[in-house]
Design a protein around this ligand. Structure first.
Ligand SMILES: [Zn+2]
Length: 317
């Protein structure tokens, strides 16, 4: 658990690691595996598996900025080059990692590739077959797979495999940590099942397609104009028509909740927040990376899911 602090320490610890790496480059010192991840979200997943047996460094740890626009520094690039294991989001979310992985000797865990591989779908979604049609459609290529809980659990398993291969002595510890993490993910998924039971088919809107997978699992429908959310994700200004449609949706209370990505804020999303507030549409804040003070993936997601459930329940009354 403490190791997640390393992930949260970010760029500073990345620089420190590079210095340490220079002095013990040959033979890799004590043989402790090093895991490097793009964002601290993936860092927190890797840290849950690594426990106190491996070092995890996340490159992007800013709770306010937009990870879509992150460019690694020279020190970050050196940190990536020294890694035994790279954990990345993939799907162009962290293209610098995809690039680095091509020339790296490290074991690579690519979450987006796992999401698209389909082998996680079969056993995980059997409990709501009635929604299969609208369900887990990776064909739409939403790259925010860190909101896709079965995929996150699968990433934890792959990290455990990679660590076990690097460090066979601690293989059992890594696998046990991954199993504990998966139990936590299952807990979150039961909470989503609870939301689905109470609010299946309820319309919500988000400012960016951030939580798409999670909303789908919770039985919620994102009614925001696709053009609006796509433009925000790409850092562009939504068209006047999409803006008007989003505004109408909120002003007419056509959605039960506005999910507001606090890391994709611009004058347009800010204006939508104002419309939601003045129309008394409950607003739930979601983040792309871990908020300040949070180092644990499960704690982070539980907080967001709880807030979402509370907002939906308040709307019902
Ligand atoms: Zn995003």
């Amino acid at each position: 658990m403490r190791k997640t602090l390393l992930a949260a320490a970010g760029a500073l610890s990345a620089a420190a690691l590079v210095l340490a790496g220079c002095s013990s480059n040959s033979g890799d010192g004590d043989g402790t595996p090093t895991v490097v991840t793009s964002t601290n979200v993936w860092g927190s997943v890797a840290a849950a598996v690594a426990g106190d047996k491996a070092t995890v460094t996340a490159l992007y740890t800013n709770a306010d900025g937009d990870p879509h626009e992150f460019e690694p520094s020279a020190a970050d690039t050196a940190t990536i080059a020294d890694a035994d294991i790279l954990v990345m989001n993939g799907g162009h979310y962290d293209a610098y990692m995809e690039q680095a992985a091509k020339s790296s000797g490290a074991t690579v865990v690519d979450a987006f590739a796992l999401a698209g591989s389909d082998d996680h779908d079969a056993d995980d979604h059997g409990d709501h077959a009635d929604h299969d049609g609208a369900g887990h459609n990776h064909g739409t290529e939403n790259e925010h797979v860190f909101y896709d809980l079965p995929v996150v659990a699968e990433v934890a398993d792959k990290v455990a495999d990679a660590l076990a291969e690097q460090d066979p002595e601690n293989a059992e510890a890594y696998r046990a940590n991954a199993a504990t993490f998966t139990t936590g993910i299952d807990g979150l998924r039961s909470e989503l099942a609870g939301i689905r039971k109470a609010h299946d088919g309820t319309k919500v809107a988000q400012t960016e397609p951030l939580a798409g997978y999670l909303l789908t699992e919770a039985g919620l429908i994102d009614a925001a104009p696709a053009g609006f959310t796509q433009a925000v994700e790409e850092g562009q200004s939504p068209s006047a028509a999409d803006r008007a449609a989003m505004q109408d949706l909120l002003a007419s209370r056509g959605v039960a909740v506005l999910i507001y990505n606090v890391q994709a804020i611009d004058p347009v999303t800010g204006a939508m927040l104002d419309v939601a507030k003045s129309s008394r549409v409950p607003v739930v804040e979601f983040t792309e990376t871990l908020p300040n003070g949070v180092t644990d993936y499960l704690v982070w997601q539980r907080g967001q899911i709880d807030a979402l459930a509370a907002a939906l329940d308040s709307e019902k009354k």
